[in-house]
Ligand binder design. Structure first.
Ligand code: KG4
Ligand code: ZN
Length: 391
């Protein structure tokens, strides 16, 4: 079957068209079209994602992104369509809160044939609510206009499942997964350890008490005068310090809650400790910035690994996945690879780098598994839910 998947939970507008086959234990996905527009440049001057701006950008970009994804999938046929008046009115009402989107979509629909997809999937949470709503309303409009089933996907489930996928013969395959799975989900908004003992039955084993780890990367980057998003910037500096074997930062940073016998996290103390150390230093040269970036990454990786090891121990899991934007971090990937190599029964799955940050392919995966389980969303009741949980 073919799915059209939409992601607008944060600052990426993304649509993927995917051919999906197989059952839960042997699913295979072929990405036929995949278009993504990052809003990083727009948010940079605010030093973070500004929700109302994200909403406006999604509304502006969804139709062009839809068009490029369908074009790439060779599913975009120009054809004059007459939309019944009643349908046009319903679509306009559905999109009345999304600036300009109703007009653009209506004009697109009047000149494009209905594509041969079988369902529309959309992230309905968690994320920034104004941003999520644009995607949800847009998905409803497409499902209505094209008369297709609608499926609501969970963004975190997308991060988790895409980490299980392996590239094989131009497809992404999720197979041979030994349960339970422990997932470490690390992104700009989340830091969670999740256990999946049976397929799609989740237990949250640990969560952050304050900042998410990606947020900590971004805040520390700001203290070091590095541009948004800070994660990749810190990573680059820290790697330089390691490769050149530069002198380490003289004081170790705290590893908050590392020995507290839970799988929970706290990162605001680490951020504050760095802030105090910076206040004591008069100006920072490049070497010092690199040393701080490196020590910060070391502290984060230590905490993430210690808590994950505890979760593996408690569940006897044989499969470990890490997903979310921060799982693109080279040092964290390396630390996890090295440590898991010491545990002969555990296999580590990290998403291909292009699937670590937000994208629509992972939403298609979550959507397909929900489709297999007969889950359908309702045009009337599907809502954006900023705090949508996995359980
Ligand atoms: O999953 P994601 O794209 O969006 C959310 O769902 O939040 O994650 C974005 C977060 C940002 O905080 C960004 O700084 C961080 O992931 N990030 C990284 C790296 N690449 C992105 N953090 C550390 N190292 C990286 N290489
Ligand atoms: Zn994400």
């Amino acid at each position: 079957m073919k799915l059209l998947a939409i992601e607008t939970s944060c600052d990426e507008t993304a649509i993927a068209i995917m051919e999906c086959e197989g059952d839960t234990t042997s699913a295979r996905f072929r990405v036929l079209g995949n278009a993504l527009l990052s809003q990083i440049e727009v948010h940079k001057e605010y030093g973070g994602v500004f929700p109302m701006l994200a909403k406006r950008e999604h509304a502006k970009n969804l139709v062009p992104i839809l068009s490029s994804a369908l074009e790439e999938a060779e599913m975009q046929t120009k054809e004059v369509q007459t939309l019944p008046e009643e349908l046009s009115a319903e679509l306009a009402t559905l999109l009345e809160r999304e600036p300009g989107l109703g007009e653009t979509l209506l004009s697109y629909l009047t000149e494009t044939a209905v594509p041969s997809i079988d369902a529309v999937v959309v992230t309905h949470g968690p994320g920034l609510e104004p941003a999520l709503w644009v995607g949800v309303n847009f998905a409803k409009a497409l499902a209505l206009a094209w008369d297709k089933p609608l499926i609501g996907a969970n963004h975190m489930e997308g991060h988790l499942l895409s980490a299980l996928a392996k590239a094989e013969d131009e497809s992404l395959v999720i197979a041979d997964t030994a349960l339970p799975v422990v997932g470490l989900l690390i992104s700009g908004g989340h830091t969670q350890i999740v256990a999946m003992k049976e397929w799609f039955v989740y237990e949250i084993m640990g969560d952050t008490r304050d900042d998410a780890v990606g947020e900590a990367f971004d805040k520390v980057a700001r203290m070091l005068d590095l541009p948004y998003p800070g994660g990749p910037q810190i990573s680059k500096l820290a790697e330089e310090a390691r490769v050149n074997n530069e002198e380490k930062h003289p004081l170790p940073f705290p590893r908050p809650m590392i020995n507290d016998n839970t799988c929970n996290f706290s990162f605001s103390g680490l951020k504050t400790a760095i802030m105090y150390q910076l206040k004591k230093m008069e100006g920072l040269d490049d070497m010092q910035k690199k040393a701080i970036a490196r020590e910060f990454e070391d502290a984060v990786a230590d905490v993430l690994w210690t808590k994950t090891a505890r979760a593996l121990d408690e569940t006897n899991a044989q499969t470990l996945v890490i997903g979310g934007g921060v799982s693109g971090n080279q040092h964290i990937r390396r630390v996890f690879e090295e440590r898991v190599a010491q545990l002969p029964y555990v296999s580590l799955h990290i998403p291909p780098r292009e699937l670590t940050t937000d994208n629509a392919v992972m939403i298609g995966m979550s959507g397909y598994f929900r489709y297999l389980r007969g889950m359908r969303a309702d045009l009337e009741t599907l809502r954006a839910e900023g705090n949508l949980s996995l359980v």
